[in-house]
Design a protein around this ligand. Structure first.
Ligand code: SF4
Length: 270
């Protein structure tokens, strides 16, 4: 049976707010998997806690709903047990970079062969709109009524400096562009990150689709890490999207990993 985006349909309809950027990410992920020929039994998604994590119910593929901020330990365990398995992490800016920030840094450092898709909307939408680690200065939310006063965390710069070997930024309003980035990330051998700019239409009236469309531009992948970091720091009137950094570097752990025989392993403890 041929694999197409509808292959991943379940009986559940999304409960996201109409117009939410999560829809575009969901569609791009289904496109990417179908184009790569990864079927419902061929890969696994690990979901964090947040509006993004609700995708678990309407995405027909093996899935694990992780604890808040704990997607990456689960994902790395899955990968260690079965190195051939495509492992994708569906995370948010709050879940992945707030509660899960330490895991993010260390998984990047060891270049774990996992693809991380960050649904980056600057807010904790599921808990009705508090500022997340990526919220821009001045952004007024329920938790920051006078506006955010601290510098936002930069997922791209963090990933590059921590050791990720594929770092990209996409936009949930550009389905073809995002599909291509997600495909490249899944195909990459090593820790791949796609930071996906995603409007939260309910709790953020500033960073709308129009706001992003006025600023986003497609860039060429820079040829050095320093240039990648310079571009990663660009934010304001112009915001670059595309692949910022790519490097071939095999993870020593994955290199030596063999599929685990669970029966033999458990027998050691009996
Ligand atoms: Fe999407 Fe925001 Fe609604 Fe959550 S609260 S479903 S992120 S629009």
């Amino acid at each position: 049976m041929s694999i197409n985006p509808d292959t991943f349909k379940t009986n559940h309809l999304p409960t996201w707010c109409p117009g939410c950027g999560n829809f575009g990410i969901w569609l791009a992920l289904k496109n990417a998997l179908a184009e790569l020929g990864i079927g419902t039994d061929d890969g696994v998604c690990v979901y964090g806690v947040g509006c993004h994590g609700n995708m678990y119910d309407w995405m027909k593929i093996y899935g694990v709903a992780a604890l808040h901020g704990r997607t990456l330990p689960v994902a790395q365990g899955l990968k260690a047990a079965n190195p051939a398995l495509p492992v994708m992490v569906i995370s948010g800016d709050g879940d992945g970079l707030g509660e899960g920030g330490n895991h993010f840094i260390n998984a990047a450092k060891r270049n774990a062969d996992i693809s991380v898709f960050i649904h980056d909307n600057q807010v904790y939408g599921l808990t009705t709109g508090q500022a997340s680690p990526t919220a821009n200065i001045g952004f007024k939310t329920k938790s920051t009524p006078e506006g955010v006063i601290d510098e936002p965390l930069n997922p791209l710069a963090l990933a590059i400096t921590a050791g990720a070997t594929f770092v990209a930024r996409g936009f949930s309003g550009d389905i073809p562009g995002l599909t291509a980035l997600m495909k490249a990330a899944i195909e990459h051998k090593g820790f791949s990150v796609v930071d996906i700019l995603q409007p939260c239409v309910t709790f953020d009236k500033i960073h709308t689709y129009a706001w992003y469309r006025q600023r986003l531009y497609n860039m060429e992948t820079p040829d050095t890490k320093i240039k990648a970091l310079e571009l990663a720091m660009e934010w304001g009137d112009k915001i670059p999207v595309g692949i910022f950094y790519k490097e071939e570097r095999q993870s020593p752990k994955e290199e030596s990993a063999k599929p685990v025989n669970l029966d033999e392993l458990l027998a050691e403890f009996i």
